[in-house]
Design a protein around this ligand. Structure first.
Ligand code: ATP
Ligand code: MG
Length: 565
């Protein structure tokens, strides 16, 4: 179904790069870049682009630039820039001293615009935005020339200088490329290059009141940085002729643009605009809410950078859009944590168990293995005593057929401990709710097996009541209840598919005492419950808050097994 981890699958981008190296197209150089617009936090789709750009550069012993496409001062914030930098670093990539901003090139971009005006290839247009849209035509209708298209070079140059000097109101004029209003490619119908915007820019302050449009700035920025392979998502394929036109007319160095399909994930929305909506309207606690598909959200959920990089490698790159099953991402984090996360016992919904025949005040230290996958991780001691907690759902008064856990008169094994048998059920008189179990234990079953060969079907996790620590645990489910929340067939907004149970907070959990001084941000497997992450923001001295990263049930492995049979 997918290639083995050890051999990264080749792909069409690697093939192009290798061909270019062979033919010495760029003197053997390979320079890529990751060009985010700082108008939101990075999401898992960006991780794909980051892994691709930084990964290819590393593979070919060259480098990748980080460049902020900060041409839109009204939507960009410094908070986003800082978050993007820390996310790229966290993923394990390094731009070294190559941190660039499109705004570094504003002067150069202005000169390029003037050059095009002087060549008669750009003009100042007084049409309103709406008129420009009307004149542009559609896919089936040709566009019309603006009445201002015939302005002389002198007049255009004069007006453009005055645009820069701040003589005109926002939106009253634009600079457009003079290409072809009847081109089959709408991007070539005299696209806007500059607009007037009286806005303070986070880096250039009030120096400029005209700002370049993305398409004009992007290709020239790539050219200035001598990018060899400008890798972008498929929707920019139709923009490539425009980039070529600009660079040809300006006689500038040409990178090779290569398009690939963007990552879409089931049960997830990825557009920054939509994610911002979720944040602003309070559907989540912030960009780093563990339910969010942002890199900071995954980090806070407990994902490792290795698991995300591995996921990006496995999904590969393609030329056709598709939706990746989010179960594959979950599989990648499980696989990583299975190898690395120490095991521990925690009880999320405690039910008190008193072992009547166990001596009062006796405490035994039982030996527990830290990670069966890795003998080097050793073992630890866990206390066993007369009063324990087990998971509420591990007891059933009237057990259905395949229930192998504890029930009246039934015997089960306590992990690393003894066999216990349920002798009596204590209920709340008013509510009828089970509040306590009385059990007996068989002292000969220490270690979890019986010398008389007696078998039990269930093994339960538990903690010692007196020794356990209090903890808060947050359980997460997918943020949307449907695989494709953007499917508007039913005319519903994506937010109507939000999963109301995506977050469940449990406040009276108990964890084993070995977790007393654990580091913030550490990861554990709680036996039978999943992988958990010590929330570094909400935990503090004496307060443990765990986020469940992922459960133990691997639906992806199941799919793969089925398809192999
Ligand atoms: P969005 O549409 O989610 O708001 P964007 O494409 O506008 O994202 P940018 O900041 O412009 O976001 O993207 C930076 C880089 O990340 C671009 O090169 C873009 O192609 C890439 N990228 C964005 N989304 C994805 C995705 N889902 N899969 C792969 N690459 C992506
Ligand atoms: Mg964008």
């Amino acid at each position: 179904m997918f290639a083995k981890e050890s051999t990264p699958p080749s792909n069409f981008i690697r093939t192009i790069i290798e061909e270019d190296i062979k033919t010495n197209k760029y003197n053997g150089r390979v320079v890529t870049r990751f060009p985010p617009e700082p108008n939101g936090y990075l999401h898992i789709g960006h991780a794909k682009s980051i892994c691709l750009n930084f990964g290819l550069a590393a593979e070919y012993g060259s480098h990748c630039n980080l460049r902020f496409d900060d041409t839109n001062p009204s939507k960009e914030e410094i908070e986003y820039i800082e978050s993007i930098k820390s996310d790229v670093r966290w993923l394990g990539f390094d731009w070294e001293d190559r941190l660039y901003y499109a705004s570094d090139y504003f002067e150069k971009l202005y000169e390029c615009a003037v050059q095009l005006i002087k060549k008669g290839k750009a003009y100042v247009d007084d049409l309103s935005a709406e008129e420009i849209r009307e004149y542009r035509g559609t896919l089936t209708q040709p566009g019309k020339d603006s009445p201002y298209r015939g302005r002389s070079v002198e007049e255009n140059f004069d007006l453009f200088q005055r645009m820069r000097a701040g003589e005109f109101k926002d939106g009253s004029r634009v600079l457009r490329a003079k290409i072809d209003m009847v081109s089959a490619n709408l991007n070539m119908r005299d696209p806007v290059m500059y607009r007037i915007l009286q806005a303070t820019h986070h880096r250039t302050g009030d120096k400029w009141c005209i700002y370049p449009m993305y398409d004009f700035a992007h290709c020239i920025s790539d050219s200035i940085e001598k990018i060899t392979h400008s890798i972008c998502t498929l929707e920019f394929e139709d923009h490539r002729p425009l980039y070529d036109w600009f660079l040809n007319e300006l006689n500038l160095y040409h990178p090779q643009q290569i398009e690939f399909a963007r990552l879409n994930l089931s049960y997830t929305v990825m557009s920054k605009r939509k994610l911002l909506e979720l944040v602003k309207e309070g559907h989540v606690s912030g960009w780093d809410d563990p339910r969010m598909p942002t890199i900071s959200g995954f980090r806070r959920r407990g994902y490792t950078p290795e698991s995300i990089r591995n996921f990006c490698e496995r999904i590969g790159v393609a030329k056709r859009d598709s939706i990746v099953d989010v179960a594959l991402l979950e599989h990648c984090i499980r696989e990583d944590l299975n190898k690395r996360a120490p095991r521990a016992m925690a009880v999320l919904r405690p039910l008190k168990v008193v072992i009547d025949n166990y001596p009062e005040n006796q405490v035994e230290e039982l030996e527990a293995i830290n990670n069966p996958e890795d003998p080097n991780m050793g073992s630890r001691k866990i206390p066993f005593s007369r009063v324990l907690y087990i998971e509420e759902e591990d007891f059933c008064e009237a057990p259905p057929k395949k229930f192998f856990r504890l029930a009246p008169g039934r015997e089960v094994r306590l992990r690393y401990g003894y066999y216990i048998k349920c002798e009596k059920v204590v209920k709340d008189e008013k509510t009828g709710q089970v509040v306590e179990l009385h059990c007996s234990y068989d002292p000969r079953t220490k270690g979890g097996w019986s010398p008389d060969g007696r078998k039990v079907k269930g093994t339960l996790h538990w903690v010692s009541a007196d020794h356990s620590l209090d903890a808060q645990v947050r359980l997460y489910e997918r943020l949307f209840v449907t695989a494709n929340p953007l499917d508007e067939k039913q005319g519903l907004d994506f937010k109507s598919y939000l999963n109301p149970n995506a977050l469940q907070t449990l406040t009276s959990c108990k964890v084993e005492p070995s977790l007393k001084n654990i580091a913030l941000g550490s990861r554990y497997q709680f036996e039978r419950l999943g992988y958990f992450y010590v929330d570094p923001i909400d935990s503090s001295e004496g307060k443990l808050v765990f986020n469940r990263t992922v459960t133990l049930r691997d639906s992806w492995a199941k799919i793969v097994r089925k398809s192999e049979n």
